[in-house]
Design a protein around this ligand. Structure first.
Ligand SMILES: Cc1ncc(COP(=O)(O)O)c(C=O)c1O
Length: 395
């Protein structure tokens, strides 16, 4: 075979999310789509805001000359300005359009960030369980992932992070609200993290960056506000997108925001813009840049996700599942009722329920439920979750 050995090895250990998605396809073929309860993929079921669709129609009917042409690699100035104004207000830091780079989703933004920062062999510390694609993004750009355990409730374990920091550490990547656990890191823990990284950077005589994956930044519950990491540590880079807050994952639109307090900001942003170009993204999709600019303070109705979380969480705990109550994103990460999470996920499959084993996120013994689906699918699946719980409780 002609493909690279490295890619072949990676494919063999292929993503569990994708694998479960494929199992699901087969089940759907056999039982019919409506009889399979698919919680495998975090694909938002809500539609983008109607104002976005109206603006899209308006642009199609009254196109602007040149709107499909190349642009500066960091994106349209007006879009970056709109984002900078929003972050400036939120963080009370002097953000301008020059601190923003428009990207092809958060995934594109992370690759660009790693390309700009990493030398061969540099380490990126990632609390686990984690979104498995991080490993590939870091590897794509010459780095090495260094996993650290979180606490029992999936909060940050600062002692573990401190232990992992060494000469090779270039960055710490955190993701809150978290995929797969739905946990939101507290302001207190982020302030402590900031202080820790600042102290260790000083001791090591180098700058360690905090990269904040905020793909789910607006999906937080009970009216809570996501702490602003820019206020906890100067060398902070936010990577996010509108895949989840505006339900646009297929449109691939996101951005990187570099703290104005970062050292050598200009050089760093220059490197990000260069990386955006040479990784082949060139620039973020033009049409989407125009459409999301006025929607920086908008989102899909988060309350709908919260209601689904409540329905699922209350039912699962009443059936005897142990699960940390998520404060954001649209995932639950319960403990499997037997040690073997893959066997457990297969048991759920026998009830036509699709989930992903925890080993797909670096944490065997758990499983992930993605509940950005219609409420009736959750309601229809609950009896299956109950039967499986009863089987293992009595058997
Ligand atoms: C934690 C996390 N980061 C990044 C991404 C990628 O998001 P995007 O669609 O914006 O590239 C995802 C997608 O599910 C995610 O869960």
């Amino acid at each position: 075979m002609a493909i690279s050995r490295k890619v072949r090895d990676t494919l063999e250990g292929a993503s569990w999310v994708r694998r479960m998605f494929e199992v699901g396809d087969e089940l759907k073929r056999i039982h019919g789509e409506e009889n399979v309860y698919d919680f495998s993929l975090g694909n938002p079921n809500l539609e983008p805001p109607s104002s976005l669709k109206k603006a899209l129609k308006e642009l199609a009917e009254h196109p602007i000359t040149g709107m499909h042409r190349y642009m500066p690699n960091n994106g349209y100035r007006e879009t970056r300005r709109a984002i900078a104004e929003y972050i400036k207000e939120e963080s009370e830091l002097p953000f301008t359009e020059n601190h923003i780079v428009m990207t092809v989703g958060a995934a594109g933004g992370l690759n660009v960030t790693f390309k700009a920062l990493l030398d061969e062999g540099d380490e990126v510390i990632v609390p686990s369980p984690y979104f498995m694609e991080f490993k590939f993004y870091i590897d794509n750009n010459g780095g090495k992932i260094r996993l650290v355990d979180t606490n029992q409730d999936f909060s940050l374990n600062l002692a573990e992070i401190e232990k992992a920091i060494c000469e090779k550490t270039k960055a710490i990547l955190i993701n809150s609200p978290n995929n797969p656990t739905g946990v939101v890191y507290s302001l207190e823990s982020l302030e402590k993290l900031g202080a820790l990284v600042e102290r260790r950077s000083r001791e090591l005589g180098k700058t360690i960056y905090l990269i904040s994956d905020e793909a789910y930044r607006r999906i937080v519950y009970e009216g809570a506000k996501l702490p602003i990491l820019f206020q906890c540590y100067p060398h902070t880079i936010r990577v996010t997108s509108h895949s989840k807050d505006l339900s646009l994952p297929g449109e691939r639109i996101g951005y990187i925001a570099v703290s104005p307090l970062c050292e050598e900001t200009e050089e760093l942003i220059g490197a990000l813009v260069f990386a955006n170009r040479v990784l082949g993204f060139v620039n973020a999709p033009a049409l989407m840049q125009r459409l999301v600019a006025p929607l920086q303070r908008n989102s899909v109705p988060i309350r709908e996700y919260e209601e689904k979380r409540d329905l699922f969480y209350n039912a699962l705990t009443s059936f005897g599942y142990q699960v940390v109550k998520p404060q954001g994103a649209f995932y639950l990460f319960p403990k499997a009722l037997i040690d073997d999470d893959l066997a457990f996920v297969r048991e759920l499959q026998s009830k036509r329920i699709l989930t992903v084993p925890g080993r797909g996120f670096g944490k065997a013994g758990y499983f992930r439920i993605a509940y950005a689906v219609e409420r009736k699918i959750i309601e229809a699946a609950l009896p299956g979750f109950k039967e499986v719980a009863e089987k293992f409780r009595t058997g």
